[in-house]
Design a protein around this ligand. Sequence first.
Ligand code: ZN
Length: 1018
Amino acid sequence: MHDDGALVEKRIDRFVRERLRPAVHRASVPLRVDAWSVTDAPVPFSEAVRQSYTAFGTGRAWGRPWGTTWFHVTGTVPAEWAGEAGTRVELVVDLGFSRATPGFQAEGLVWTPDGIILKAVEPRNRSVPLRARPGGQVDLYIEAAANPDVTSGFTFVATDQGDPATAGTDQIYRLKRVDLALRDEAVWQLSQDFWTLTGLMRELPVGLARRAEIRRALESCIDAMDPDDVAGTAGLGRAALAAVLARPANASAHRLHAVGHVHIDSAWLWPVRETVRKVARTFSNVLSLMEENPDFAFAASSAQQYAWLKEHYPELFARVKAQVAAGRFVPVGGMWVESDTNMPGGEALARQFVTGKRFFIEEFGVEPLEVWLPDSFGYSAALPQIMVAAGSRWFLTQKTSWNETNLMPHHTFRWEGIDGTQIFTHFPPVDTYNAQLSGEEPARAERQYAEKGAANTSLVPFGWGDGGGGPTEEMIAAARRTASLGGSPTVELSTPRRFFEAAEAEYPEPPVWSGELYLEFHRGTYTSQARTKRGNCRSEHLLREAELWACAASVSSGAEYPYDALEQAWQTVLLQQFHDILPGSSIAWVHQEAERNYAAVADALTTLIEVSARQMCGAGDGAVTLNAGPFPSEAYQGWGVARRPRRMPSAPRRHPAPRCAARPPASCSTTASWPSRSTLTGSSPPLVDLAAARELMPRGARGNLLQLHRDTPTQWDAWDIDEHYKRNTVDLSAAESVEVFADAPEQVGVRVTRTFGSSRLVERITLAAGSPAIDLHLEIDWHEKQKLLKLAFPLDLHADRAASEIQFGHVFRATHTNTSWDAARFETVAHRWVHVGEPGYGVAVANDSTYGHDIGRSTGPDGRTRTTVRLSLLRAEVFPDPAADQGRHELRVSLRVGAGIPEAVAEGYRLNRPLRTVDGVSAARVEHLIEVDNPAVVVEAVKLAEDRSGDLIVRLYEAHGSRARARVIRHFEATDVTETDLLERPLAAGAATLSADGPALALELRPFQLVTLRFARP
Ligand SMILES: [Zn+2]
């Protein structure tokens, strides 16, 4: 037989394009359109409906960028449609849609005159089924959002449209169509047959008989139909396809659980306020689909998005709530938002679950057990413990399939975290969280599935996502056709829970992946939008302070605990940890708003702290210095959370006590000349640990070296740092001025000013007598473009691996590039500190603002191994925010010599939770609230219980990576203590060994163990 396969497939495409699709509507009539444009921010329906509308026809331009136009559409359903059998009346709208996918351009929401939302109109989902009968009236409102497409087809071209101040006022859309239309059901069904079968055909191997069989069937269908009377011959066409559609799936076919889903980015190429409307649009689409498809269930994450719906769209929220109760609308994830997991601190990541699950439980009586993070940029090795501690059982993502270098070997596995906790995890092999579910994607999922032979079930999340939209009736129609279809995996409309239960039962002993799920991609997100990063970091630490002192005030003086104010601050911080805000990958608008919100959070929390201090200490003319850190400070011996020096652990320490270091000025003859002008402008400065008699700076190397790199990513500018950045480096060693200063008798330093490009940097280098740390304070006025600024510390150390702080612990990563996995980690994330060392000696580098690092090893000209720690300070990418990071920045960095992991942990807290002095009080000190007698056990949070019972919650963790015994001593009245999960519910069998003896509680923790204690108060 001659092979005409390629030609036949082309013929099929053309038939669909030119004959089938245009015949879906038998007839249509235009509606009358009147319009009213909102001048500023969106308004509620009740306000829009009261405005006066002016006549507006199709073909006219509408919508300045980010503007809203309300269209009032009216008309009559033609009486002659009464006799048309097998049809459906629908509203068809084209707001001027482009070829871009839904969610990245104009979108509309259709309302009835009494304020009920029907459904959204979006590209690729333009129709709204109507109940109006022939001869009946149609009267509807369309709230049309003129969201600009800032993507330019994701060519990463700089755009001004991401900021309303620069987006211009030209109207960017042209209304194309507002019609009543009569849909031919048989033609529509035939279209779905074609879509499913052509998708499957294309994904099947060329040589497979089934592929040819489908092709021939489609060809016969076209032959049987009259191209000039598609509607009249659709029945013939469907009959020609009946046999090929009836062919059942193979007995060993892969089993797919298709879960209706939407991934709505809480902000990204649109501001938060637009996401509120995106949620309403998508959820209304879903409710409309549920009416027609009783077996269709839908999963959506992010308590924040449901909370927006509750606040802004109560009627829609009530309908969602009813479907949640029916088990069809399934809240998943349990987090407040789909947050980044690289950068949020331990307590913040815990609160994502605490706050999210609390919302779902209180509003719906439902606790999501599956953690749902399809799109975050890599997954912290602390997550398994946090997820399990929050009561979750399963984890889903697929983002690591985006790795540039290495393919993850598993699709279903147990993921093990730093403390040994494991969680059942699934990566959908379909490799998208926005599946359209034609025949093509299920077949691809089967082909890629890595567990073949051992297991045979996977999940496919379907629905337009990122910018919203969700599932469509076409996707459900495809699922029905692939329920059992030869050549395709079987597709079952399902829920995440049904999938996970089936997958776990089928595969009880899956392989284990230990440690972080590092994304070999998007490595710039640890650094981009530095002010957003700093805002998050500072807010997290302020929240700890505010909660601690509010607790102390409540316990000591009966002051009212500011539940609402703290909750509001937390919700803002948690929202901004969303995986395009904190990572710095949003438009300018989002980051400007984030910075304003962080400033407001800082104001509110600072006020709370001061109020608490006055409640604890009484009003007066004095001042009190507060230490909210978990370790005592030499400068101040009273603290809220403290340890008793006399109860320091008896176990031998790996390193001697902190030592005099780095040429302390007060005790060394080099005081006046340290560091000399020459050391700062060129030659190698000395860095000597006097106590260890150890020169730390490699010969010929410069420490504290600022390096400017070309930073022009191949794609995804704000997201990516590509390895080629390293090939273009300028050392910023020249100084404009160097001034020596003395702040205090025992604290001196130098102030160095450097200018480069269009930027200026002032660095204060301070060294206190006896301190093992050099403190750097940097103020940078940054006006570069597409440059990466790094700060390097080459060290004469032979470190095989580097430790980086993550949530409730740290991870080790290789300093070499032996394997492709090590090599791909050329830029990594760390929280407050990183540590490099040899057995018995090490150095910690801490900072208070940024997260990006690279730590590598090389051999110097003298043949000695040197380990170089570099921090990524600033970037200046041009997409999606063309002015990203321009302007002023401030951060602190410290280098601590002679540090083991315990000293690194302490250094991180010292830099991030400095002492605070509050004026206007009478007492000069506050009493301890909680003491812990082992520095390995760190109190991370002290708060009152979420249920507002007044119980006191203490969250602590083992920070050194070793087994630890500790006594926790309380200085407040308590009637009982229990170990709980993160949601403060008692654990049936506490993970920690716990025994109480009066106010002292003995704990035994495994490495990195996280423990939540709940103290009942009288
Ligand atoms: Zn996303």
